[in-house]
Design a protein around this ligand. Structure first.
Ligand code: PHE
Length: 341
């Protein structure tokens, strides 16, 4: 029996040495130490031994069992470590390899210009105001002193939603003047940028959708001098010191007096070129002193308060800011164009 045990031990140990997987170990454990295993089979015959032999063989069998159990555990640990090692190696990430550079987007040039304009006005105490693009003709026209029959209300110029011409895509940001008068406490200083819509054919200077930035101040003792001073200061901040502007008389139903403001052409410096159509100047905004009737309609006493407003064409401001010669470039979203800013 002693030899039998020795043999089992030697066999088992050498088999364990060559085990490479956890499953191999398990079947070896069953083979030698399991209920029907070889060692167990030997132990079952202990009863046949003499009283002197029994403790000696018993001790030996115990030793073999312990030795095998310990060896199985040790092998198991080795195999687990090897598996982990292999996995770590397979999944290793080399953090020193340079990553794949993603192309970075950036703000559209027109919005870069808008941000600059907003910053300047916010610095002067203006509040930015947002409002609806689908507007009532009541706000777009009536409350701005453009009564029924006014040419700007014509179907050929305006996108209406209904046959009664009551709901429309706003044709200007000026209805924001009225919204501000209705919702803001006096004095008011607001800047309201946004999209506007007109039935214009697309060309180098026109688009059926474009952007305006409305500005308005209502306070006591506000004059045309404040309007000119403010706009001149803004143009110098935006386009550089010494930027020349020109104010021409004009007509709007909701301002009196009214004017348009031109900025000296960035392309030719005022001499005249294709960009300014030979004028030397580029028209960028309409403005004026708010008509007393408009103030009155919003419940503001024109004897006590006065105000001015302007509506500037954002695309034109951006075109001058970035020396862009064709309006269509702003809307076409050609990456080769946009990447330059
Ligand atoms: N809303 C006018 C336009 O679209 C511009 C304007 C705004 C004029 C404010 C005077 C005052 O042409």
């Amino acid at each position: 029996m002693k030899e039998q045990l020795e043999k089992i031990k030697q066999e088992a140990l050498s088999a364990l040495k060559s085990a490479r997987e956890a499953a191999d170990l398990e079947s070896l454990r069953v083979k030698y130490l399991g209920k029907k295993g070889e060692l167990t089979a030997v132990l079952k015959q202990m009863g046949k031994l003499s009283a002197e032999e029994r403790p000696v063989i018993g001790q030996l069998a115990n030793d073999v069992q312990e030795k095998l159990t310990a060896e199985i555990d040790a092998q198991k640990k080795k195999i687990e470590e090897a598996v982990l090692e292999a996995r770590l190696e397979a999944e290793a990430v080399d953090v020193t390899i340079p990553g794949q550079a993603r192309p970075m987007g950036h703000r559209h040039p027109m919005y870069i210009a808008l941000e600059e304009i907003k910053d300047i006005f916010v610095g002067m105490g203006f509040t930015i105001l947002d409002g609806p693009e689908v507007e009532l003709a009541y706000y777009n026209f009536d409350r701005l002193n453009a009564e029924e029959g006014h040419p700007s209300r014509d179907w050929s110029d305006t996108f209406y939603f209904d046959k009664d011409s009551r709901v429309m895509l706003r044709s200007q940001t000026s209805p924001m003047q009225v919204h501000a008068m209705e919702t803001k406490p006096l004095p008011i200083r607001i800047l309201a940028p946004g999209r506007v819509y007109r039935k214009d054919e697309v060309d180098a200077t026109h688009s059926p959708m474009f952007h305006q930035v409305e500005g308005m101040v209502i306070d006591k003792n506000v004059t045309m001098a404040d309007l000119k001073g403010t706009l001149n200061a803004v143009m110098e901040q935006l386009y550089g010191p010494g930027t020349k502007t020109r104010f021409r008389p004009h007509h709007f139903p909701f301002t009196e007096p009214s004017c348009e403001m031109d900025v000296q052409c960035h392309k030719c410096g005022g001499v005249g070129c294709p960009t300014c159509k030979g004028e030397g100047w580029i028209e960028v905004l309409g403005a004026g002193m708010i008509h007393p009737k408009v103030l009155e309609m919003s419940g503001i006493d024109p004897e006590e308060y006065s105000g001015w407003a302007f509506g500037m064409g954002l695309e034109r401001m951006a075109m001058r800011r970035f020396k862009i010669s064709d309006l269509r470039l702003i809307f076409e979203n050609d990456i080769r164009f946009l990447e330059q800013f």
